[in-house]
Write a protein that binds this ligand. Sequence first.
Ligand code: BG6
Length: 491
Amino acid sequence: MGFPKGFLWGGATAANQYEGGYISGGKGLAVADALTGGDGRNNIPRKFICDMPDGSRATFDAMEDVPEGAKAIVDPDTYYPSHIATDFYGHWQGDIDLMAEMGCNVNRMSINWTRIFPNGDDAEPNEEGLKFYEDIFRACKDKGIEPLVTLNHFDMPLHLANEYDGWVSRHTLEAFEHFCDVVLTRYKGLVTYWLNINEINIDVYMTSGLHEANTNKQNREQARWHRFLGAAYAVKKAHEIDPANKVGLMIAHGVSYPYSCNPEDVWCELTNARDYKWFFGDVEVRGYYPSWKVLELKRAGIELAKEPGDDELLREGTVDFYSFSYYNSEAQAASPEGKEKVGGNMSSGVKNPYLETNAWGWAIDPLGLRINLNQIWDRYQIPLMIVENGIGAIDVREPDGSVHDSYRIDYMRDHIKAMKAAVEEDGVDLIGYTPWGWIDIVSAGTGEMRKRYGFVYVDMDDDGNGDMSRSRKDSFYYMQKVYKSNGEDLD
Ligand code: BG6
């Protein structure tokens, strides 16, 4: 009963939201380094400042494609949250000690592509960057913490985005394959758990390309094809380099419910869910496009540019385990008019009247996690890992450094209980849990610092003020108790 022995308990971060040191140690610029901060609660989006072909300068909402020929730049008079982030670059030894103190035996983190290849497509890697991560992985191992490394977490070298429109171009795929060759070889024996591409089902600025990658359907599907090939290549190569390697896919996997039992709502939910998430899981687990997708592309007149061997690669690079992020759920209505929209990472649904939300409008739904785990397990029958989960909230640090985040403890307790029920009562093969932003980091969606997920508070605000000191929140001690009891002590 309970969680299996050896269950992986830890925390998750992404380099572009945590690391900082944006041009230190030979690192080049990434798209995230050119993204300003926004304000999620007041609907002020993150932005790109661009040099235009006519020599002028213009600013664009990051959720929209920027015009062809525009190049995103880093403006010296603008504050960019990723440049310092919460400075893992300068604090990594102490942060790993904190992870160990919390009882973690796994650390989900990502490698900044531009720390290894400053332009993304350089011929030779940057040794200083390679050494940086090697030291971190060794330190983790010394503390009994298994690194779980995401090869690409919302990470696109700025050069590849500006000049090649990111994943739209095959050139980016080839550059990514080279990156995989180098890091998988270098960290052989040091890292055995890998995730290929974070939230492969999210096609926006950081994950895809800057220009017509998203609004132009042909480009969007081509970019997806290249991402799938990159993901499959990572799996195949990891297995060739070290058969001990285990590689998982990673999908943004909120749960959706039909708004009512009206068959129109049920159909709306089904088509939305397969378009938004199941398509991506099906391709990475089964190795081919599902029939409805093939027909949809045909009807839309979209033809993917393929090269010989592509289809075979997709079939050969299927994953070892299924990892996903879960924060919230949504309802899908065939007639959404007049219904309140719900918040969430790229959520498209309407508000579920049965659920409470956080300050950003994300629904809180622990039973949704159990439903999710069962749906995925029933469909694929491969091991599952929850690699993001948590609540973004505004925390108050008291003068003595303490943070009383009982709302976060409640969220974690309820979600871990749901996981436990899925394991104990439903027989789901769940192998690990790495809550999101175990230490405070920059929000990906809004670029804010005030939206905090961590069990460790970092003194940093939305404008770059703060001394970066770390303090343990009440939730830190709660998670420590949970982790050290292998998920038994949940009260
Ligand atoms: C996921 C991403 O979508 O959600 C993370 O993988 C992100 O990078 C997380 O930070 C939470 O979203 P946000 O916008 O609150 O940071």
